[in-house]
Design a protein around this ligand. Structure first.
Ligand code: CA
Length: 272
């Protein structure tokens, strides 16, 4: 067990995991987990019993588990420990889960960190807000540790599938699927992970109209059993259009159905 400290502050979060430590000639060796998962999971949660329960589920599967017990140390752990996935509680001391999520998505180096929200707040409004902030999944307490581990694996599989090194171009819009960058008329524009996935889906559809439930399933990967409001798609499309500037007008609303991307117009007029 390795303790992380910050100057003279008391220990605020700790690093544990499927590690065994042995000492050879005074040199400590860390032997990493056996089944090759090796992914580092950061849990930001102020309830020790929940952290323990998560650890019990994750460690036998070969995950390294790091825990932070308040929002501030959680944010620090995200940038310093570079986890592969974040399990985030919403009600936290110092900095709540909403704000933490917002800040993570704002920083380019952490913007694509998969975030699974684990919260006792089951109200729909929280779910919608979280999805709009760019969380990837949402589990309400009480939860089944088995299901949670399965969701963690699914999320990690999603992000580890390498994208084809490919640049899609329409008009002055350039989308690099490998580097996750978007350029409009020579100017880089920064999209959230969900906005990027939406744009990618629309580009790959080549003029086909995509309905909202397809987009929810494709971008958010939610099946019909989870009633995420399709309004979430509209909110993201609105923001995406704005960020794409003059090229935003390529995203056409198909009334009562969904959206398609106009790839035929050579150039777009600036939005009024
Ligand atoms: Ca809490």
């Amino acid at each position: 067990m390795t303790y992380w400290t910050n100057g003279c502050e008391p220990v605020t979060y700790l690093l544990t995991g499927d590690w065994s430590t042995s000492s050879v000639g005074g040199v400590a060796l860390l032997l990493l987990s056996r089944d090759g998962m090796d992914s580092k999971i950061l849990i930001v949660e102020d309830e020790q019993s929940i952290v323990d329960m998560l650890r019990k589920g994750l460690e036998p599967e070969g995950f390294q588990v790091i825990a932070a017990y308040n929002g501030q140390t959680g944010l620090r752990a995200v940038t310093e420990a570079r986890p592969d996935l974040l399990i985030l509680d919403l009600t936290l001391p110092e900095l709540d889960g909403f704000e933490l999520c917002r800040r993570i998505r704002r920083q380019p180096e952490t913007a694509r960190l998969p975030i699974l929200v684990l919260s006792g707040r089951a109200e729909e409004v929280d779910k919608v807000v979280m999805l709009e902030l760019g969380a990837d999944d949402y589990v309400t307490k009480p939860f089944s540790p088995k299901e949670l581990v399965a969701r963690v694996k699914t999320l990690l599989r999603r992000v580890s599938t390498p994208a084809l090194p490919q640049v899609l171009r329409v008009g002055t819009l350039e989308v690099d699927l490998d580097r996750y960058t978007v350029v409009v008329a020579g100017q880089p524009t920064s999209l959230t992970a969900k906005e990027f996935e939406l744009l990618k889906a629309l580009l790959e559809a080549r003029e086909r109209t995509l309905n909202r439930s397809f987009l929810l399933e494709r971008v958010w990967e939610y099946g019909e059993e989870l009633e995420i409001e399709t309004r979430t798609v509209d909110v993201h499309i609105r923001s995406l259009r704005k960020k794409l500037g003059c090229e935003g007008a390529r995203i056409i609303t198909v009334r009562n159905v969904g959206y398609r991307l106009d790839t035929t117009s050579p150039h777009m007029n600036p939005a009024p």
